[in-house]
Design a protein around this ligand. Structure first.
Ligand code: ARG
Length: 578
C-alpha cells in the first residue's frame, strides 16, 4: 500500500525532525522510474520541506540531507537509506513492496490511488461542471469537441475523488439564429428531414436563410420579426422553437452516448431570457447599471469610470446579451445546487468574458463568485473530415471509426471481433483523446489524423492495445495468485519497475486534481504501457513454475486494473480485444 510506505517513512522522519507526520507526507514522493537513482523507491525532497518549514532547516540542503540520513535507521519497511541531490532516498523491503502493492491494487481496484493519504482530509464538495455547450443550428466546431472531452475528464476526476458532480450542457439555444430558422423553415424546411436528421436539416436551413437574408431585405425583416415574437413569448413561434430544441437535444443525447458522455442537465441561454431581466433590475437597483448614449446599458467593472473596462449587459431594445444570461444562469445554479465550485470549460477566446461575468457577480455582492472557475483551452487548427471542415460532432466520430477500421483491416485478428465498428470507435476515440490530452490544455496545436493514429509510439491506440493484450493474457492463463511463498519470486528489474511505477499513481492523480490537467495521467499510462510491453516480452508465463507464473499474472492483472481506471478517468472505454 503506497500509503503505508509513505506513512511509515513519515513517522520515522517525524520523530527525527520533530515535525507532525502530516506536514511531511506531501514531501515524500515515489521516484519516477525513468529518473530512478539506483533502486530507491521513495524520496524526501528537502527543498519541498523547506518551503513549508523553513525555520526548522537551513538552506544548505545537501549537508542537511546527509545529516538527516545519518539520523535515520532501516526498519521493517525501509531496507536502505541513501542521499541524492538534496534528497533522502528510501528503498523499501522488496517482498513487502511486491505484496503490498499487488494486494492494494487488486483490493482497491477502480479506487486504487484515490484512497491515498494524499487525498486525506478532502471533504465531499458539490461541483458543477459546464461543458460542451454547442449552439443549436450552428456549427459544432473543434472547440466544442475539446470542451466536451475536457469537461468530461474534469467531471470524471471530481466524481472519482468523491465529489458530487452535476454535468451541465448549456446550449446556445437563443438569439437571432432562431429568427432566421423560424422564417427559413417556413420557406424551405421539410418536416421529414427535420424528423430524420434534425441537426443537419436545421443547419442547412440556417445557412440558406442567412444567404437569403443577405440578398433579400424582406427575408431579413421577417427573421427579425420572428425573433421579436420569440422574445415577446409568442406561443406559436415558441412552439416551433421548442421543437427545434427538443429534436436537437434528442439527437445530441444519441451522439454523446457514442462518446460515453451524459449530462445531468440540458440547460441553455433560452432559460435565462426572463431571469436576465431580473438581473438587469437588480443591477439597476444597486446603482450598477449605466445607460449609454446608444441606449444600451453597461456595468463599470473598474468602479472608477474607466471606459475600457465596462461590460454591456443590455441592448438598446432592452433585450439581454450573452453576458447577462450568464449572470442569470450562475445565480440560478447557485440557488439550485448551492455549489462549492462551478467550472466552465471553453476555449481561451472566452477568457475575458468569464472574467467579466465573475467580476460582475462579485460587484453585485455575491461572495460565491470566487467559487466560479473558467478552465480555458487552446485552439486546434486544421481538423477536417471527408465531408470537409468539422460541422457536426457525428462527422468526427464517423471519421474516427472509418479510419480506425481501415487501420484494423490490416491486422488479421480484426475479423474475429464481434463488433468491429464499436471496437474501431473506442480505439479511435482513445487515439483522439490521448493526442488532445498530451500537452497543456492551453496550448494551441495543428491537428493531424496521422499523428492521432500513429501506429508506433505514444498513442491511445497503444494504450488500448496494451489493455487488450493484458486482457487476453488473463483469459488464457487466469489472473494468477499471491501468497507468502511466491511474493519473493518477483525479483526481475522489469517487475520492480512496474511496482515502483504503480506506487506513483496516487501522486499523478493528485497532480491532475490540483491543476485539472489530464497530461499527468496520460504520461503515466503511456509509461505504464511501455513497462508492461517490456515485462510481457521478458517475464514468461508459459513454462514457468506455478508460483512464478502465479505472481507474474497477478502483476499483469494489477497493471491492467490501473490502466483501466486511468483510461476511464480520461473518458476512454477500454477494449478487451482489438
Ligand atoms: N455556446 C457557447 C459557444 O459556443 C459556449 C457556452 C459557454 N458557456 C457559458 N456559460 N457561456 O461559444
Amino acid at each position: 500500500m503506497a500509503c503505508t510506505f509513505r506513512r511509515s517513512i513519515a513517522a520515522q522522519l517525524s520523530r527525527v525532525l520533530d515535525l507532525p507526520p502530516e506536514n511531511l507526507i506531501k514531501s515524500i514522493s515515489a521516484i519516477p522510474v525513468s529518473r530512478k537513482e539506483g533502486v530507491a523507491d521513495f524520496q524526501l525532497s528537502l527543498e519541498s520541506l523547506l518551503e513549508n518549514n523553513n525555520d526548522h532547516l537551513r538552506p544548505d540542503i545537501h549537508d542537511q540531507a546527509t545529516r538527516l540520513a545519518a539520523k535515520l535507521k532501516c526498519d521493517t519497511v525501509v531496507s536502505e537509506i541513501s542521499t541524492g541531490h538534496g534528497t533522502v532516498n528510501f528503498k523499501v523491503n522488496r517482498e513487502l513492496l511486491t505484496k503490498t502493492v499487488l494486494k492494494q491494487v487488486l483490493e482497491d481496484d477502480s479506487q486504487y490511488g484515490l484512497k491515498s493519504e494524499l487525498f486525506c482530509g478532502l471533504s465531499q464538495k458539490k461541483v458543477v461542471v459546464e461543458f460542451s455547450s454547442p449552439n443549436v443550428a450552428k456549427k459544432f466546431h473543434v472547440g466544442h469537441l475539446r470542451s466536451t472531452i475536457i469537461g468530461n475528464f474534469i467531471a470524471n476526476l471530481k466524481e472519482a475523488l468523491g465529489h458530487q458532480v452535476t454535468r451541465i450542457n448549456y446550449l446556445g439555444d437563443w438569439g437571432m439564429q432562431f429568427g432566421l430558422l423560424g422564417t427559413g423553415f417556413q420557406l424551405f424546411g421539410y418536416e421529414e428531414k427535420l424528423q430524420s436528421n434534425p441537426l443537419q436539416h436545421l443547419f442547412d436551413v440556417y445557412v440558406q436563410a442567412n444567404k437569403e437574408a443577405a440578398d433579400d431585405k424582406n427575408v431579413a425583416a421577417s427573421a427579425q420579426e420572428y425573433f421579436q415574437r420569440l422574445e415577446l413569448g409568442d406561443a406559436q413561434a415558441l412552439s416551433l422553437w421548442q421543437r427545434f430544441r427538443d429534436l436537437s437535444i434528442e439527437e445530441y443525447i444519441r451522439i454523446y452516448k457514442r462518446l460515453g458522455i451524459h449530462f445531468d442537465e440540458y440547460s441553455g441561454e433560452s432559460f435565462y431570457r426572463e431571469k436576465s431581466q431580473e438581473v438587469l433590475k437588480s443591477l439597476n437597483s444597486k446603482g450598477l447599471l449605466q445607460k449609454t448614449m446608444k441606449g444600451t446599458a453597461v456595468v463599470d467593472l473598474s468602479g472608477e469610470g474607466d471606459p475600457s473596462s465596462v461590460c454591456t449587459v443590455m441592448r438598446s431594445d432592452g433585450t439581454s446579451l450573452y453576458a447577462t444570461r450568464d449572470l442569470a444562469a450562475a445565480i440560478d445554479r447557485m440557488d439550485k445546487y448551492n455549489f462549492d465550485t462551478m467550472i466552465y470549460v471553453t476555449d481561451k477566446g472566452q477568457r475575458k468574458h468569464f472574467q467579466q461575468v465573475f467580476q460582475m457577480l462579485k460587484i453585485m455582492g455575491y461572495d460565491w463568485a470566487e467559487r466560479c472557475q473558467h478552465v480555458p483551452f487552446g485552439v486546434v487548427q486544421g481538423m477536417k473530415t471527408r465531408r470537409g471542415a468539422v460541422t457536426f460532432l457525428e462527422d468526427v466520430l464517423n471519421e474516427i471509426q472509418f479510419r480506425m477500421l481501415q487501420n484494423m483491416a490490416a491486422i488479421k485478428t480484426t475479423k474475429e471481433l464481434e463488433d468491429p465498428q464499436e471496437t474501431a470507435e473506442r480505439v479511435g476515440l482513445a487515439a483522439l483523446i490521448i493526442q488532445d490530452f498530451r500537452g497543456l490544455l492551453l496550448s494551441d496545436y495543428q491537428f493531424s489524423w496521422d499523428r492521432v493514429f500513429q501506429s508506433r509510439g505514444d498513442t491511445g491506440v497503444f494504450l488500448q492495445y496494451t489493455h487488450a493484450r493484458l486482457h487476453s493474457l488473463e483469459e488464457t492463463f487466469g489472473s494468477g495468485f499471491l501468497n507468502d511463498s511466491n511474493t519473493a519470486c518477483l525479483k526481475e528489474p522489469q517487475s520492480i519497475s512496474i511496482l515502483q511505477h504503480l506506487l506513483r499513481f496516487d501522486e499523478v492523480l493528485y497532480r491532475s486534481s490540483q491543476d485539472l490537467q489530464p497530461r499527468h495521467i496520460v504520461t503515466y499510462l503511456l509509461t505504464l504501457s511501455h513497462l508492461a510491453a517490456v515485462a510481457h516480452k521478458t517475464l514468461q508465463i508459459k513454462g514457468s513454475p506455478p508460483e512464478v507464473a502465479g505472481v507474474r499474472l497477478h502483476l499483469f492483472k494489477a497493471v491492467r486494473s490501473v490502466l483501466n481506471s486511468g483510461m476511464k478517468l480520461l473518458g476512454i472505454t477500454p477494449v478487451s480485444r482489438m
